[in-house]
Design a protein around this ligand. Structure first.
Ligand code: SAH
Length: 356
């Protein structure tokens, strides 16, 4: 039983009340023979005010608060480590979760507001060789309430409103599909944090069937696809997921996605020196993406202590970008934020696990 609940990401039989949507919470309240209006009060405390305990729900009678305490759980992130960049305003958190696990997220300050990069799983099954998140393997999925708590905890600590979310931290969001979709429903709810779907990006390594599922939902979010190579031979060397769903199948799903949603896809391309950064790679990439509603985001790869590869030099990145632009693609080069605090995904969590 213990191992089954671990797989499901559940650690008790108590109701995970912050993961319920308003309709489910109302049903839950009614099933307990409680007055229906309590649902609106409780939902507001959970989703909008982000309380960390039932005792903070001050407009509820004490006996109801005690009942909630007895029947429900409220998983919260607790700040274990906070790193503030001295170069820019980037803040990185390592949070402790109730079950002894750790999760990390990063808050970045842009001209348009605050953006948070959240984790969707503890560890990751995908095994991309350049990614720190893959190092310790997979532990479990994160619940919708835990993903919300990543945001609520950072907001409360920084005293700011976070307006943008990227699902680009540890984990593969489309491998935790139901929980991620519920999280998206809750975080965009007008009665909750009310973050616009237009301000949310979801990044996937290419779980093809789920891209089709997501296309059907026609959400207004931005889909980022981690491509990182122009052909199957190279991509399969660094991204095992490519052996299951090769590039042609992935791009077919991407085309279906843009057709269904009219949304441009962002292809992520982490540039590794001498591996995927040649002129020939740029030409092949341009060929493959030609005619697609897309944009390419070049990322000088972040070195990971446990791995042996180097980022491409600035001139190489520039030349690669120029070739893509000449071939008619829209290209950006990702700005590095928080480079002094090891801000890229998985690195802090990986170093914590090694200390344990
Ligand atoms: N599993 C999802 C989201 C998490 S990773 C995905 O694969 O898209 C978020 C992004 O960071 C992905 O594009 C991933 O490929 C990239 N990434 C991972 N390790 C990196 C590294 N060392 N340097 C630069 N980007 C990296």
């Amino acid at each position: 039983m213990a191992s089954l609940s671990r797989v499901l990401g559940e650690n008790s039989l108590k109701t995970d009340i912050r993961s319920l949507n308003f309709r489910e919470l109302t049903d839950w309240i009614c099933a307990k023979q409680l007055p229906k209006f309590r649902a609106a009060q409780i939902y507001k405390w959970l989703q909008q005010k982000g309380v960390r305990s039932f005792s903070e729900m001050t407009d509820l009678p004490k006996d109801l608060r005690e009942r909630l305490e007895a029947e429900c759980k409220l998983p919260n992130c607790k700040i274990d480590t906070k790193l503030c960049s001295e170069i820019d305003d980037t803040v990185k958190y390592l949070y402790a979760l109730g079950d002894g696990e750790y999760v990390e997220c990063v808050v970045m300050h842009y001209k348009y507001g605050y953006s948070i990069c959240i984790s969707t799983q503890l560890g990751c099954k995908m095994g991309c060789t350049f990614c720190a998140s893959a190092i310790g393997g997979f532990q479990r999925h994160l619940r919708p309430s835990e993903m919300l708590s990543e945001i609520l905890t950072a907001q409360a600590d920084l005293g700011v409103r976070i307006s943008h979310i990227v699902l680009m931290g540890t984990g593969e969001p489309l491998d935790n599909y139901d929980n991620v979709l519920r999280f998206l429903e809750l975080v965009t709810d007008e009665k909750g944090l009310n973050i616009s779907m237009r301000h949310i990006s979801l990044s996937t390594c290419g779980v093809v069937p789920r891209i089709y599922d997501l296309a059907e939902r026609r959400l207004g979010l931005t889909l980022s696809v981690s491509l990182h190579a122009p052909n199957d031979e190279l991509r399969s060397q660094t991204m095992p997921v490519n052996r299951r769903w090769p590039i042609d199948e992935l791009l077919a799903a991407c085309r279906a996605y843009t057709e269904a949603t009219s949304r441009r896809i962002s292809f992520e391309y982490a540039m590794i020196s001498g591996f995927n950064d040649s002129d020939a790679c740029a030409l092949e990439l341009a060929e493959r993406l030609s005619g697609m509603l897309c944009h390419v985001n070049l990322i000088p790869v972040n070195a990971v202590r446990e791995r042996n590869f180097q980022r491409s030099g600035d001139n190489r990145v520039k030349r690669f970008a120029d070739i893509l632009v000449r071939k008619g693609l829209t290209v950006t080069v990702r700005r590095t934020l928080g480079s002094d605090i090891n801000a890229s995904c998985g690195q802090l969590r990986a170093s914590k696990s090694q200390r344990r």
